[in-house]
Write a protein that binds this ligand. Structure first.
Ligand SMILES: [Fe+2]
Length: 181
């Protein structure tokens, strides 16, 4: 007998490319390489505090705005409904609530984790020198390139194995549903 609930959710990230990312990424990379590192993850990667998007940094804000503009498109990868694409929520009310930088040097990694209780999370790749480890989402590996953003469900397990170069840098964020905004 067919199960009542079929596990048909497409568990692949939404991926997009920022156009002409070279200039913005070189500025972002410098910003991320000289922060006051506030945290070191269990796997070793250094991360900034969680509020980079509130610091009036032009390049950070450009990327955050771009990611928010993609979310209404990305929701098709996550939301399931039987009403012909009409969602029972407003996809324009998913907003970036936290944003931080992460830098991986040789040997740094991030253990498998998710971003519960956030609805979505994103990783924007700033600098990915030769030897940069791929992003692993739901056990699938994704090569990462500068200017790429990956938007994932906040519940999906992901991580990064030991990195093989210095200066793999990313801008990361958490996205929350704020229906009363
Ligand atoms: Fe993560």
């Amino acid at each position: 007998m067919k199960p009542y609930l079929e596990r048909d959710i497409i568990e692949t990230p939404f991926i997009a490319q920022y156009p002409n990312c070279k200039k913005i990424n070189s500025i972002l990379h410098k910003t991320l390489m000289k922060p006051d590192w506030s945290l070191r993850t269990k796997g070793g990667a250094n991360i900034t505090d969680f509020y980079l998007h509130l610091k009036r940094n032009r390049e950070v804000n450009l990327i955050v705005d771009w990611v928010e503009s993609l979310v209404p498109i990305a929701v098709a990868n996550f939301a399931r409904n039987d009403s012909g694409g009409v969602y029972l929520f407003n996809p324009h009310k998913l907003k970036v609530e936290e944003c931080w930088g992460a830098v991986y040097n040789k040997g740094d990694a991030v253990m498998p984790h998710n971003h519960f209780p956030y609805a979505l999370t994103f990783s924007y790749y700033v600098n990915t020198p030769k030897g940069s480890s791929p992003l692993i989402v739901n056990e699938k590996e994704y090569e990462v390139k500068p200017g790429q953003v990956f938007i994932l469900s906040g519940l999906w397990l992901h991580g990064v194995r030991s990195n093989n170069c210095d200066g793999r840098s990313t801008l990361v964020g958490n996205i929350m549903y704020k229906p009363h905004l």
